[in-house]
Design a protein around this ligand. Structure first.
Ligand SMILES: Cc1cc2nc3c(=O)[nH]c(=O)nc-3n(C[C@H](O)[C@H](O)[C@H](O)COP(=O)(O)OP(=O)(O)OC[C@H]3O[C@@H](n4cnc5c(N)ncnc54)[C@H](O)[C@@H]3O)c2cc1C
Length: 445
């Protein structure tokens, strides 16, 4: 199913959202708290109510909301442009949310469980996000499994967030790689490659090391550990599953088909893609979120039909299982699936035991992956800052007052389908709404 939602925005407005994102600081703006002074020239220009570390999906959403509440917000970003991962998400069309979202779509790899996500997901639902996307005049469509994608480049969602930040007088400082974070008496001090920054509140929105090509780094974990937080060791997820080099399926590279895939008690029906290294496509990526070393993955290659019914059909008696199955699946796959000694015998000659083995090979094919592809191919990381040390209502640290964690830096990973971006939005909003409302002495100066 593919439904398109076009808003009523005039075309002109849409095209205005395109174009190149400025690669560094927004133009100086007059802020209410700077009492008419230009804060680029203000002696306190490196001080804010809130420093947000990382200008990705969660950091930008948090900044937008916090600045909208009148807080002086500065975002520090190491890239030369903000939102690089967001801009390439969803194949460049940002699967920005899902119609159906609940805690079962998330996994915490540590001792915490995904109930941690409940308050943030309740406070900021997919309906809220859809409203925002409509407000930004960005057209979108619904694809299968309730996934909502833009029909314009994902870059436009970055642009829309940045425009809101700019209007709300939030500064984005690019090419500022955060090197250290210290909690002083009533302030945090952040050192970047460019300078020193101070604020009463810091939001860690540094993401995970997944997809380092688009800015992924493990710096958020290091900074969190430096302030006494535990980090569940990160590992790649939503990443292809690797099969042993000599596995017959590695010769099927390029074949793609709908399957039902299971890991333990969890299962999904989606497309599977064979690669030279193993299994990819949405089905394999979803399975990778729950796959543990040494675990089996089971695949039903004919999820909507019973192979038994096909073998039992009157006209099937003189045909071979190989020929019967090849009417529904690619021949190369059929040859890799069915045991050769029985695949070319007439169906009528097969014993019950042999038939059961053939059915098992088609409907419950066991595979033993040897791993998941590395960080360069992983859309997210499992693991991160332990959710046991973070308040689920506010995303605030239970160890250090004024410190918040949002997005993927936390030990929260969502399934494929818009769940990770939605977590970035929802957690970013939760922190922004919880940030202390009063404007700090330093920021007023
Ligand atoms: C190829 C790909 C496609 C994806 N598609 C989807 C999708 O369609 N739907 C979906 O729901 N999810 C998708 N995801 C996952 C989703 O993009 C992430 O979960 C989400 O962007 C996480 O947001 P975040 O703000 O936590 O981190 P990020 O968006 O990664 O932002 C972290 C920011 O911190 C910056 N940073 C890192 N280190 C430093 C430092 N030392 N100093 C300063 N800044 C630093 C980074 O440059 C980055 O801008 C995709 C991921 C990938 C890799």
């Amino acid at each position: 199913m593919q439904r398109t939602y076009l808003h009523s925005a005039p075309q002109k407005e849409l095209s205005n959202l395109g174009g190149k994102i400025e690669n560094t600081i927004f133009p100086p703006l007059r802020a209410p708290y700077s009492k008419g002074k230009d804060w680029q020239q203000d002696s306190a220009k490196n001080e804010a109510d809130v420093l947000i570390l990382g200008a990705g999906a969660s950091g930008l959403m948090c900044a937008r909301e916090a600045a909208g509440r009148g807080l002086k917000v500065i975002i520090l970003e190491r890239g030369s442009v903000p939102g690089r991962k967001l801009a390439i998400s969803g194949g460049g069309k940002a699967n920005f949310t899902n119609r159906q979202i609940n805690t079962s779509h998330y996994r915490c790899a540590g001792v915490g469980d995904s109930d941690f996500c409940a308050p943030a997901l309740r406070s900021f639902t997919s309906t809220h996000m859809i409203r925002l996307v409509r407000q930004w005049h960005l057209p979108f469509e619904e694809r299968e499994h309730g996934q909502l994608f833009l029909t314009v480049p994902a870059q436009k969602i970055v642009k829309a967030l940045l425009e809101d930040c700019r209007q709300r007088e939030c500064r984005v400082e690019c090419k500022n790689s955060v090197e250290s974070l210290h909690a002083l008496d009533d302030m945090f001090e952040v050192k970047t490659t460019v300078g020193t920054w101070r604020a009463r509140n810091v939001v860690l929105a540094l993401g995970s090391p997944a997809w380092p090509q688009a800015g992924g780094s493990g710096q958020g974990y290091r900074l969190a550990q430096g302030l006494g937080h535990s980090v569940v060791p990160p590992r790649p997820a939503l990443s292809p599953l690797l099969l042993p080099a000599a596995h017959p399926f590695t010769a099927l590279a390029g074949i793609s088909l709908p399957v039902r895939i299971s890991v333990g008690q969890r299962h999904w029906q989606d497309d599977l893609l064979f690669t030279h290294e193993g299994l990819s496509g949405p089905a394999a990526l979803k399975a990778s979120l729950y796959w543990e070393e040494g675990a089996e993955v089971r695949v039903d290659f004919l999820p909507n039909q019973k192979f038994k019914t096909l073998l039992d059909a009157n006209e099937a008696g003189k045909q071979t299982p190989r020929a019967i199955l090849a009417r529904l699946l690619p021949q190369r796959l059929v040859d890799a699936l069915l045991p050769q000694e029985n695949a070319r015998r007439k169906a009528a000659e097969l014993s019950r035991v042999v038939r059961t083995a053939l059915e098992e090979a088609v409907h419950n094919h066991a595979l033993l992956p040897v791993g998941v592809a590395g960080l360069k191919k992983a859309e997210v990381c499992l693991g991160g800052v332990s959710t046991c040390e973070v308040d689920p209502l506010t995303m605030g640290s239970l160890r250090t007052r004024g410190l918040y964690f949002v997005g993927e830096v936390l030990d929260v990973a969502g399934l494929l389908g818009g769940y990770n971006l939605h977590w970035a939005w929802a957690s970013g909003m939760a922190a922004a709404r919880a940030l202390p409302g009063e404007i700090s002495h330093a920021a007023k100066a």
